[in-house]
Write a protein that binds this ligand. Structure first.
Ligand code: MN
Length: 268
């Protein structure tokens, strides 16, 4: 169903978002849910999460690849139920923040607002009562994968996005399918190490922002890594479909304000 985008009505996602976050007290961090209509069980798990576990926190941070793909806020109709769930969560006095990942880099301020939330810039420092933490999707630190970094730079280029969003929704779907196929083909030639975060890269950003704690997603390898006095905590991805091992999880802060991973294969 072709639908013509009006290029001027959408703010360019690469130029959107805020880096300013009011002090957070009791945050929870999730990423890489890769939500799509095809993964009903993962969707259901998220729906339940917002009505159960997430209510124990005051600020929900969704750090990228929330959606399996995102071709623009003007094509957000399939995600309407998810926006409604998030609005209901926000209506309980919770703050919701969304960050773009490499799958949903076209996620914009309109949709974030529609969810009762706020779109963040790709790198944001938050202040908790005891710590300062750098938040990111994390893919910018996979610097060994030079092909991917070139692809990333192109996808996040404002001019490229402007042209992309001027295409019809049908054309964008076609484009995304091709890009996805090409990326899958490339991936088979890459080692896991090549696609992981490089310590020097994330440490350099820690120095830049004057922090020693980082929380990010992207790699789907929930773990805590230390390098040169800096710690990065990787958020678990979600997959409740049951083909592989079922899993989901999040990162929360312990009583010292330090990030810790919670992993579960349970629904509740
Ligand atoms: Mn990712």
């Amino acid at each position: 169903m072709p639908e013509k985008a009006s290029p001027t009505s959408l703010k360019i996602p690469a130029l959107s978002g805020t880096a300013t976050v009011a002090r957070v007290n009791n945050p929870i961090f999730i990423a890489d849910l890769h939500l799509t209509g095809r993964k009903k069980k993962t969707l259901l798990a998220f729906w339940w999460f917002l009505r159960s576990r997430a209510l124990q926190y005051d600020e929900l941070f969704i750090l990228g690849d929330f959606f399996e793909y995102w071709i623009g806020d003007d094509a957000s109709k399939p995600a309407e139920p998810i926006a409604r769930w998030l609005r209901a969560y926000a209506a309980r006095g919770k703050r919701v923040y969304l960050m773009q990942g490499n799958r949903d880099f076209l996620l914009g301020e309109d949709f974030a607002r529609h969810c009762g939330g706020t779109l963040l810039k790709p790198q944001v420092v938050i202040e908790t009562p005891k710590t300062r933490i750098l938040l990111s999707h994390g893919d910018e630190w996979c610097t060994l994968d030079t092909d991917y970094q070139a692809f990333r730079a192109r996808m996040r280029d404002p001019e490229f996005q402007r042209e992309g969003l001027a295409m019809s929704v049908a054309e964008r779907i076609e484009y995304a399918k091709k890009a996805r196929a090409a990326s899958l083909e490339n991936k088979t030639q890459k080692t896991a190490q090549m696609m992981d975060v490089v310590a020097e890269a994330f440490v350099a950003d820690c120095r830049k922002y004057g922090v020693d704690q980082v929380i990010h997603g992207h790699t789907h390898r929930a773990a805590v890594h230390r390098a040169d006095g800096c710690t990065r905590t990787v958020i678990p991805d979600w997959d409740m479909q049951g083909k592989g091992p079922r899993h989901r999880g999040w990162v929360e802060l312990n009583s010292c304000g330090l990030p810790q991973i919670v992993l579960t294969d349970r629904w509740v």
